[in-house]
Design a protein around this ligand. Structure first.
Ligand code: HPA
Length: 245
């Protein structure tokens, strides 16, 4: 069973036929909300709204460990994350969909591992390729079948938030090699790897990153809303096709 973690703009999956909701308990506390079990294109899926169903949990307060643990407990086979981002690379303009292939983590102070010492042996996961390549290919295939153009690959910079970046920070991220910037990619991806759950993402570019192109003078949330709504229709289409395949 596939899990979908929806971010800003995807607090519910309108095409999901809901079977039941389950409030999961984990050793790490409560997930962002109840797990919603249902079917998409007649296949079982479970959906979780990363920021809560009322979109009240900011990126640095999301209980990433509880979310990933709850999905593991629900015996999901893989996780697709949907997350909105700012575009740093010039061709990652608002409305673009990207299936990223790398991550740089600039977050701090988040609970970012299940291997937290105590009576557990020290463990270091391999994270050379942070996204599961087979799942990435499934997403690319689903996008092709859905007739939705997506970019294959991109380096996702994860910032702490909840504020947006300064123009100088974006310049720095670009010098570091980042193409996209968001606030939730980490530790989510690493936690999934720790529990050996294949994880990949669909990133929706909703704005040019701070100081770039249309964001030269600032980032306006009114514009983001419009882009997000249009892009989510395309994301739904891809998700339906990944379930069909
Ligand atoms: N920066 C960080 N996170 C984001 C952005 C951004 O510009 N847009 C959407 N999520």
């Amino acid at each position: 069973m596939l899990a979908i973690i929806g971010g800003t703009g995807l607090t519910q999956l309108s095409t999901l036929e809901i079977v039941r909701r389950e409030v999961a308990r984990t050793p790490y506390g409560e997930p962002s909300g109840a797990l919603t079990f249902g079917t998409l294109s007649k296949k079982p899926v479970v959906f979780l709204a990363r920021h809560g169903y009322g979109h009240t949990i900011p990126p640095h307060q999301v209980n990433y460990r509880a979310n990933i643990w709850a999905l593991k407990q629900a015996k999901v086979s893989a996780i697709v994350s949907v997350a909105s981002v700012g575009g740093i690379r010039a061709d990652f303009s608002p409305g673009a969909l990207v299936i990223p292939d790398q991550i740089i983590d600039y977050t701090w102070g988040r609970k970012s591992t299940f291997f937290d010492g105590g009576d557990q042996p020290v463990r270091h996961i391999d994270f050379t390729r942070p996204y599961d390549e087979a799942l990435r290919q499934r997403l690319l295939g689903a996008a092709a079948n859905a007739g939705e153009p997506v970019f294959d690959g991109g380096v996702y910079a994860t910032t702490q938030g909840p504020r947006l970046e300064t123009a100088a920070e974006i310049n720095r991220f670009e010098r570091d090699g980042a193409d996209l910037v968001g606030m939730t990619g980490m530790p989510e991806a690493a936690l999934a790897r720790e529990l050996e759950l294949p994880y990949a993402a669909i990133n929706v570019v909703v704005n040019c990153a701070a100081g770039r192109a249309s964001s030269e003078q600032g980032i306006h949330f009114g514009d983001i809303e419009v882009v997000l709504q249009e892009a989510m229709v395309r994301v739904h289409n891809i998700l339906e096709h990944i379930c069909k395949a």
